[in-house]
Design a protein around this ligand. Structure first.
Ligand code: ADP
Ligand code: GN1
Ligand code: MG
Length: 359
């Protein structure tokens, strides 16, 4: 986090923690915010986060979203899932803005598991139930109250526009080394615009969606392994159900890590695909016929879009996604290409699974 202990303690002194701080350590595997776990003298734990201003340009709006959504869920949520709790500052605010950035504190959700990969099909199915219940619980939330924390976040054609712009600038002179990857994405451009087209024509309903449904943005109960709490609410915005479904598949149905270098290990597991689809259809009971028909395309679109974003960031000099090693964004882009190609091979089976489960 590049701040010393003294500075971190100063930041924490703004928040109403239950007792003095004993320890602070960096925590988790998110790509966006700086995250720490804080332990106080009573043994209570908290999550301290510096919100990325490279990524989020309207932090007050984002924090309003988080507050409104969590307060709504606490009153109206029917699923019984835990809801993230912000810790207030001494003067009743829910974040502080200091020279070092925007900071917030959440209560740590204890007795939980945060998985970087699904251990088995049942865990993945359970994560579908968790994210599905989250969308369902927010069905009555007034969409127009939410600010778009990242405008056009899952507008795939717009992601292509940004890609072209950065490709033209090519600030690191990297484009020449990734020609096959560039070609892959350009060849898929038309198909990847279909969801956005249906959104604009009003064929697909706009809902309150999470928009970042990877497995490590959800906690399972440590004992029961049932879904416990949805995390990372920074991108809760108006969106399509297919964004949440597809993003979860691209991460959790992959048979290897997001940045795996041995591409032969990267495939899309049909049993994981089936497990997630089962949990999703079970909890999202108000999906339209069209939302169900497009599930495979949702998975593929979110996979290609995310790969495109990784490649764009690689060409741009790795300014957006946190990277721990040289070339990590390129490796991430390549796993997503492999995953999308594998989905193409399994396309008929994916549709067959959806058909079978929807009955
Ligand atoms: P990022 O936007 O960088 O992904 P997240 O909000 O997802 O940040 O937090 C990063 C990680 O920190 C999560 O994947 C999870 O492991 C952990 N985490 C975040 N909030 C909590 C919480 N309230 N309780 C327990 N763990 C949490
Ligand atoms: C980021 O914040 P995190 O690590 O949960 C990104 C997602 C990507 C994901 C890829 C705000 O998610 O959109 O799908 O990395 N979040 C943002 O792993 O851009
Ligand atoms: Mg996260």
């Amino acid at each position: 986090m590049k701040l010393n202990r003294h500075e971190i303690l100063d930041i924490l002194s703004c928040f109403a923690l239950d007792s003095p701080v004993e320890a602070v350590d960096s925590y988790g595997r998110g790509h966006i915010n700086d995250t720490c776990v804080v332990v106080t003298l009573t043994g209570n734990r908290y999550i301290l986060q510096r919100i990325s201003t490279t990524v989020f340009h309207n932090v007050p709006g984002l924090m309003d979203n988080v507050r409104n959504v969590t307060e709504y869920l606490k009153v109206h949520g029917k699923s019984g899932m835990k809801v993230l709790s912000l810790v207030p500052t001494a003067d009743g605010a829910f974040y502080v803005h200091l020279d070092s950035g925007y900071w917030r504190v959440y209560e740590f959700v204890e007795n939980s598991l945060c998985l970087q990969e699904a251990a088995n099909d049942e865990d993945f199915c359970e994560s579908a139930r968790g994210f599905g219940a989250f969308m369902n619980d927010l069905a009555g939330f007034p969409v127009e109250k939410l600010c778009e924390t990242i405008p056009n976040f899952h507008n795939t054609p717009d992601r292509y526009r940004i890609f072209r712009k950065i490709l033209q600038n090519d600030p690191m002179n990297r484009a020449k080394d990734v020609e096959p990857e560039i070609e892959f994405f350009l060849a898929h451009e038309a198909e990847m615009g279909l969801l956005e087209g249906e959104r604009q024509q009003g064929i697909l309903p706009v809902r309150v969606t999470h928009n970042d449904t990877k497995l490590n943005n959800l906690l399972l109960d440590k004992e029961t392994r049932k879904s416990l709490c949805v995390l990372d609410l920074d991108t809760v915005m108006p969106g399509l159900s297919l964004y949440d479904y597809g993003d979860a598949i691209r991460f959790g149905a992959a048979t290897a890590a997001e940045d795996e270098r041995s591409l032969e290990k990267v495939t899309m597991s049909l049993t994981r695909f089936e497990a997630f689809t089962r949990g999703w259809l079970e909890k999202c009971t108000s999906l339209t016929e069209e939302e169900i028909r497009l599930l495979p395309l949702g998975a593929k679109t979110m996979t290609v879009e995310c790969g495109l974003r990784f490649l764009t960031d690689y060409i741009d000099g790795d300014r957006y996604f946190g990277c721990r090693r040289e070339g990590q964004n390129l490796d991430r882009a390549r796993t997503h290409i492999k995953l999308a190609l594998d989905m193409e091979k399994k396309w008929d089976e994916m549709h067959g699974i959806v058909e079978r489960l929807k009955k």
